[in-house]
Design a protein around this ligand. Structure first.
Ligand code: ZN
Length: 457
């Protein structure tokens, strides 16, 4: 039976700049856009935007949000936060991972994210031994995604060494590790389960965790269209170590040793030289900027303006999930630049004067590509063949009173002090109504029980 998405005034980016049109969107049997028809121009249709991919997530870290905000040491930093994270990670089993991930994915859907790139390294039992099913933890994430309805781009992580010097993994890192052979087998196993809502890609944890020869071997074994994500240049300490041990800054080293192109997503890429910024922009790779996590961890500012001026592609990720809000990721991406440069209205591309529209257009476009949903450049955004992922806004939200097509996105992103999303549809199926996920209650009850278990002594 043919289905359709709710009639709406759809905002979307096009090559000629953002447009808003009243539309009816038909959905095919695979959950893709089948066709578009003009909508009723007289009806008070809700505004809607394309669903956005969350480009970077470690689902289990949702359980430690808010638990690392007390000063334990005058030198608290990313590295001391990582110790707390390791202690918590050691308590996860597949059931707890599924329940925490399901809660997180409900929150993501309610925030307007319709797909998540899960950078997954919690592979084995706490002592480092594989589970009876070596893919058990991956399957827990797949189960959570299927239950909640979010699209999942699962990126099993290759994590081989504890530092640039090639040292072995520490005890607490052991459950993250694989032999190359076992890792490639895991990818094969999971690929057999791919469908419209589940894509399998590859993640290299970081340059410090993947020695050069291993990186080359794994990259050579991947299918030609595989998406590849890597943490890079998040910390200045990591940049310095890379220079000392590999003779080059991380992004320079990566580009000299791998063919980095549009299949790649560089996560964070916070500390870049001018040349590195230009290299990424020219290569067509995307950067996953994790604004709220980078702020929470005290990482630094991504050189957004320089990068945008060169046409660089970027999306956003909620990463450690201290905040799960598309609005906050985008608003604070701009505010960070304002605080840094002491000017206003900075992150603007050539197609519109609106900051909100420029940022949303960037993350809609790069998001689909980086998550392996098919290129926004080839199928277009919410054009026939693209995933039927749609987010509608509340017409009667105070931030949108008397709004116009030209200011609705800025009002939503910069002035909605309570969530303004009404419905969320993924692959043509409704998952959120009136701002609430349809299974929120049952999933939240399991999460509450899981948190109790996790934090009990
Ligand atoms: Zn990360």
């Amino acid at each position: 039976m043919p289905r359709s998405l709710p009639a709406c005034r759809l905002w979307r980016p096009t090559s000629a700049g953002p447009v808003v049109e009243p539309l009816r969107i038909d959905v095919d049997a695979q959950g893709r856009v089948g066709g578009l028809a003009p909508g009723d121009t007289n009806a008070a249709l809700p505004w809607a935007v394309p669903g956005v991919a969350n480009l970077h997530s470690h689902a289990f870290q949702r359980a430690m949000a808010g638990l690392a905000e007390r000063r334990m040491n005058p030198q608290d930093s990313f590295w001391t936060w990582r110790e707390t994270m390791y202690q918590l990670a050691a308590r996860f089993d597949p059931e707890l991972l599924r329940d925490v991930a399901a809660q997180l994915y409900v929150e993501m859907l309610e925030a307007g994210y319709t797909r998540v790139c899960e950078f997954h390294y919690l592979h084995h039992a706490p002592d480092g031994r594989p589970y009876a099913d070596p893919a058990a933890m991956s399957r827990a994430l797949i189960e959570a995604a299927r239950e909640t309805g979010i699209g999942l781009t699962l990126l099993p992580v290759l994590y081989l060494s504890g530092g640039f010097d090639g040292r072995a993994l520490s005890d607490r890192q052991r459950r993250f590790g694989h032999s190359i052979e076992a890792y490639l087998r895991l990818l094969d196993t999971l690929r057999a389960e791919q469908d419209e809502r589940l894509r399998i890609g590859c993640a290299l944890h970081s340059l410090r965790a993947v020695p050069p020869a291993a990186m080359r071997e794994v990259l050579a074994a991947l299918p030609g269209d595989s998406r590849i994500h890597i943490h890079i240049a998040e910390q200045t300490g990591e940049v310095e170590e890379c220079v000392a041990l590999r003779g080059a800054r991380p992004v320079d080293w990566l580009y000299a040793n791998a063919e980095v192109d549009a299949r790649w997503t560089l996560v964070h890429a916070t500390h870049l030289s001018r040349e590195e910024t230009t290299r990424i922009a020219a290569s067509g790779a995307s950067v996953a900027i994790c604004t709220t996590t980078e702020a929470n961890l005290g990482d630094g500012f991504f050189p957004l303006l320089d990068y945008m001026a060169q046409g660089g592609r970027f999306g956003v990720g909620s990463d450690s999930h201290a905040t799960v809000s598309l609005v906050d990721e985008l608003r604070w991406l701009e505010y960070g630049q304002r605080l840094l440069h002491r000017h206003r209205t900075l992150a603007v591309d050539a197609s519109t004067r609106s900051v909100g529209e420029s940022l949303l257009a960037a993350v809609v476009r790069a998001g689909a590509d980086s998550a392996g949903q098919g290129s926004a450049a080839s199928v277009g955004v919410l054009q026939p063949g693209a995933d039927a992922d749609l987010v509608t806004l509340q017409n009667d939200h105070p931030a949108l009173y008397a709004a116009s097509d030209a200011d609705v996105i800025d009002r939503w992103l910069f002035a909605s002090n309570r969530p303004a999303i009404d419905q969320v549809w993924v692959g043509g199926v409704q998952r959120v109504s009136d701002g609430r996920h349809l299974q929120r209650e049952a999933i939240e009850a399991r999460f509450a029980a899981g948190m109790k278990r996790l934090l009990a002594d």
